[in-house]
Design a binder for this molecule. Structure first.
Ligand SMILES: Cc1cc2nc3c(=O)[nH]c(=O)nc-3n(C[C@H](O)[C@H](O)[C@H](O)COP(=O)(O)O)c2cc1C
Length: 193
C-alpha cells in the first residue's frame, strides 16, 4: 500500500506539514510526500486541453510528475493552512490542476448523464483531510477540501482535522499530535479494508 501526502503550506517549519508527516508516519506505509513549497505548480489556465486529449495537461511543470504519484496512490493525506478563511492559494492551485486526471478514462464515470465530467480515478480511495488555522476560518477551508476530494474526486474521507494552533508550534500541542496519529491509524485501517 502506498499513500500520497500533500504538504500544502509553503512555510518553513509549517505546522500543517508537520501534522501531515505525523499522519503519514502513523499510517505506516510507503508515502510520496508532495511538498508544494518545493514544487513549481502553475495555476490551471482553463484551456480544456486535458478534456480533449485524454487527460494530458499541456503545462510543462512539476505537476506532471505529481499526476503519476497521485494515480499510483492507494490513499491520500491532503493538508493546507487557512488563509483568509479558506484554503491557501497553493493548495487551491493544486486542486484545480487535478482536473486533468478525470480525462484519462480511469475509474467509473463521474455522472452517467454528464460524460463531459470525466471519470473518478480516486473513487473510494481513503483520505485524511487536514487544515490548520491561527484562530478562525477553518470551517470553510475544510469544506473546500471536502468539496474537491470528497464530492468531486469521490475519495472516501476517513478523517477531517481542523487544528487551531494560534501562534504555537504544533509540537507543543499534544492533543493535536494525538489526533494526527489517530487519523493515520484510521487511514491504515481503511487501506486494509
Ligand atoms: C495570508 C494569510 C492569511 C491568513 N488567514 C487566516 C485566517 O483567515 N484565519 C486565521 O485564524 N488565521 C489565518 N492565518 C494564519 C494561518 O492560518 C496559520 O498560521 C496556519 O496555521 C499556518 O499554517 P502553517 O504553519 O502550516 O504555514 C493566515 C496567515 C496568512 C499568511
Amino acid at each position: 500500500m502506498r499513500i500520497a501526502a500533500v504538504c500544502g503550506s509553503l512555510r518553513e517549519e509549517s505546522n500543517t506539514n508537520k501534522l501531515v508527516r505525523i499522519v503519514a508516519e502513523a499510517a505506516g506505509c510507503e508515502c510520496d510526500f508532495i511538498e508544494l513549497g518545493g514544487l513549481n505548480i502553475k495555476p490551471c489556465t482553463g484551456c480544456a486541453a486535458c478534456m480533449m486529449n485524454e487527460g494530458a495537461c499541456p503545462i510543462d511543470d512539476d505537476m506532471q510528475a505529481v499526476y503519476e504519484k497521485l494515480l499510483a496512490a492507494d490513499g491520500f493525506i491532503i493538508g493546507g493552512p487557512t488563509y483568509f478563511m479558506d484554503i491557501n492559494g497553493a493548495v487551491k492551485d493544486f486542486i484545480d490542476r487535478t482536473m486533468a486526471v478525470k480525462y484519462r478514462d480511469i475509474g467509473p464515470a463521474y455522472s452517467a448523464d454528464m460524460p463531459w465530467l470525466g471519470t473518478v480515478p480516486f473513487n473510494g480511495k481513503p483520505a485524511v483531510l487536514l487544515v490548520t488555522v491561527a484562530g478562525g476560518g477553518h470551517e470553510r477551508a475544510l469544506e473546500t477540501l471536502k468539496v474537491a476530494f470528497d464530492d468531486c474526486h469521490r475519495m472516501r474521507i476517513v478523517e477531517k482535522l481542523a487544528e487551531i494552533v494560534g501562534m504555537n508550534d504544533v509540537n507543543d500541542l499534544p492533543q493535536a499530535l494525538e489526533r494526527a496519529r489517530a487519523a493515520g491509524k484510521k487511514l491504515a485501517a481503511a487501506l486494509q479494508s
